[in-house]
Ligand binder design. Structure first.
Ligand code: S3P
Length: 433
């Protein structure tokens, strides 16, 4: 992680220009893991520039996978399903995705691994992967369900598992483990979450079956399938684009173009919500690359109405809620977020962090156990804020600062590099004053 830093964000008049995003973080993690256990080489263009995806690549190297970075391309030499015993702990840094998804792969290896993380990751719940992997036959020691994890790899058997928490990381972990297991693994999720694990497995040549089940989905994968390497260009990260889309939404005069953006329907709920709220968005050049939808967005500002985010929407928008909350006071009717308790166990307690920073800017906020209610038509003032070491909080409040009165100072702004190192300079380049 970069050394601690702070930024000052000044109020703006509008957002204008074109922004091309680095590759999607969720897809980058999965491609890095799957290309390592595939046979033959893979070429991953526009790989995420975030520190989290570098943590995944670092772990893969420790597990004997060779790869090389050439500009924004990662060339990976797949090892097939057998990895090499690491000589030191697998350092997942700040990345819950790395620890949770990779645990499904290392649990099936012929060696023991230790997985560690930074202070924030060390506080995050891992029982959600430990319980099902243990049911598959893995032996995992933890600190009361939290990292570090000590995983004694071995033979896994398929399970039929109903996930108690809607989590795409857990779903991918179990699908990856299912690839190594004897028999057919069946996973059911209570609410629909992003399906990049399913889409990526298919891109690498695996066969799996998925169908809707209630408000969620049920996925089946047969063990013993071999993967083959791919050449792919990773679509721009929609959750990073969210900061610019919401910033554009703050000003009627905004005009923004976002080429090559991920449009996977399990991720694109933000676009519907922003359109319902009054942002004008049109999509062109829609195409499918390795099963992922990609398109170009043209965005124009307008009046901003309020919204309620609850139920399945809260799961679908889990990474975008911080920035939606940050623009909520400037909307006409405000934003209410319910059923989003998961936000309390992200890189920070995001509900508490959002409430604290909004109040420091003078906003009225009702903090609830599972969400927030933020009235609209408020005037905010610039303030001294903290990122709480959380990339999405740092970026969300840079957006809130654009329509505040006076300057805002954000401490711990270096945390943006977890998903998007160039965020602040890119935002500055798009801002009209
Ligand atoms: C992710 C899933 C979400 C999300 C995270 C990335 C993924 O986490 O918050 O940023 O790539 O699968 P959960 O699965 O824990 O909800």
């Amino acid at each position: 992680m970069n050394s601690p830093s702070q930024v000052i964000v000044r109020p703006a008049r509008s957002l204008r220009g074109s922004v091309r995003l680095p590759g999607d973080k969720s897809i980058s993690h999965r491609y890095a893991m799957l290309s390592g256990i595939a046979e033959g080489p893979s070429r991953l263009e526009n790989y995420s520039t975030g520190a989290d995806c570098a943590s995944t690549l670092g772990c893969m190297r420790s597990l004997g996978v060779t790869w090389e970075r050439k500009d924004n391309v990662i060339e990976v030499e797949g090892r097939g399903l057998s990895l090499k015993s690491p000589t030191s702990p697998l350092d997942c840094g700040n990345s819950g995705s790395t620890m949770r998804m990779l645990s499904g792969i290392v649990a099936a290896q012929k060696f023991a691994s230790q997985m560690i993380g930074d202070e924030s990751l060390s506080r995050r719940p891992m029982q959600r992967v430990i319980a099902p992997l243990t049911a598959m036959g893995a032996q995992i020691a933890s600190q009361d369900g939290k990292p570090p994890l000590r995983i004694a790899g071995g033979v896994l058997k398929a399970i039929d598992y109903k996930m108690p928490v809607a989590s795409a990381q857990v779903k991918s972990c179990l699908l990856f483990a299912g690839l190594f297991a004897e028999g057919e693994t069946r996973i059911e999720e209570p609410l629909r979450t992003r399906d990049h694990g399913e889409v990526a497995l298919r891109a690498f040549g695996a066969q799996l079956d998925s169908k809707s089940a209630g408000q969620g989905s049920a996925v089946r994968i047969r063990g013993g399938q071999r993967l083959r390497g791919i050449e792919a260009s990773i679509p721009g990260d929609l959750s990073s684009a969210a900061f610019f889309l919401c910033a554009a939404a703050l000003f009627p005069d905004s005009q923004l173009t976002v080429p090559n953006l991920l449009m996977n329907p399990t991720r694109a709920r933000l676009l519907d919500i922003l359109m319902q709220m009054g942002l004008r968005i049109s999509v062109t050049q829609l195409e499918e690359i390795h099963g992922e939808m990609v398109g170009s967005l043209q965005v124009e500002g307008g009046k901003l109405k309020g919204a309620t985010i609850a139920g399945g929407d809260s799961a679908a928008l889990i990474d975008e809620i911080p920035v939606l909350a940050a623009i909520a006071p400037y909307t006409e009717q405000g934003i209410e977020v319910r059923d989003a308790k998961e936000l309390r166990v992200k890189e920070s307690d995001r509900i508490a962090a959002m409430a604290k920073n909004l109040r420091l800017m003078g906003a009225q906020v009702e903090e609830r156990d599972d969400g927030l209610k933020i009235p609209g038509a408020q005037t905010l003032r610039g303030a001294e804020l903290d990122s709480f070491g959380d990339h999405r909080i740092a970026m969300a409040f840079a957006v809130a600062a654009l329509r505040a009165q006076g300057e805002t100072l954000i401490r711990g702004s270096e945390s943006a590099a977890i998903s998007y190192p160039a965020f602040f300079s890119t935002l500055e380049g798009l801002t009209e004053r």
